[in-house]
Design a binder for this molecule. Structure first.
Ligand code: DQA
Length: 152
């Protein structure tokens, strides 16, 4: 049987605080809960998944650079770096993998500085405003995308 396609789920700065960080904006689900859900969901979809979080831009860039060797797609919530980081955009572009962008909150309903995302420039699509469920939706989209790539 062919090896399960692998998805790297990356979370950026301050997302380690989920559950206690502004719960009225981001909900009460912790990052550990989200990562456990991703593992369950991935298994159901026939995907392998690896979840990582860092507060450091350079660390995220390193992981994105390495992703090409071990993964077939990247699900990323780059947190505030989505709005600022050309380095993450460049790394994603170089990775040459499908990128699915997630935000727990609806960034377009919020402050104007959150409306633009560098990640969106390379993302296949973005899921925002559905809280923790966004990761599950992104994994589902990744599974379909990877399946259609394999058929092509
Ligand atoms: C976020 C939205 C960003 O604007 C913010 O800086 C975050 C979280 C979200 O998931 O809604 O850290 O990416």
């Amino acid at each position: 049987m062919a090896e399960a396609p692998s998805v790297l789920v990356l979370n950026g700065p301050n997302l380690n605080l989920l559950g206690t960080r502004e719960p009225e904006v981001y909900g009460r689900t912790t990052l550990a809960d989200i990562e456990a859900d991703c593992a369950r969901q991935a298994e159901a979809l026939g995907l392998a998944v690896e979840c990582r979080q860092s507060n450091s831009e350079g660390q995220l860039v390193d992981w994105i650079q390495e992703a090409r060797q071990n993964h077939d797609a990247i699900v990323i919530n780059a947190g505030a770096y989505s709005h600022t980081s050309v380095a993450i955009l460049d790394a994603l572009q170089a990775a040459d993998l499908p990128v699915l962008e997630v935000h727990l909150s609806n960034i377009h309903k919020r402050e104007p500085f959150r409306h633009q995302s560098y990640v969106s420039r390379v993302a296949q699509g973005m899921i925002c405003g559905f809280g923790a469920q966004g990761y599950e939706l992104a994994l589902r989209a990744a599974a379909q995308l990877l399946a259609s790539q394999r058929e092509a």
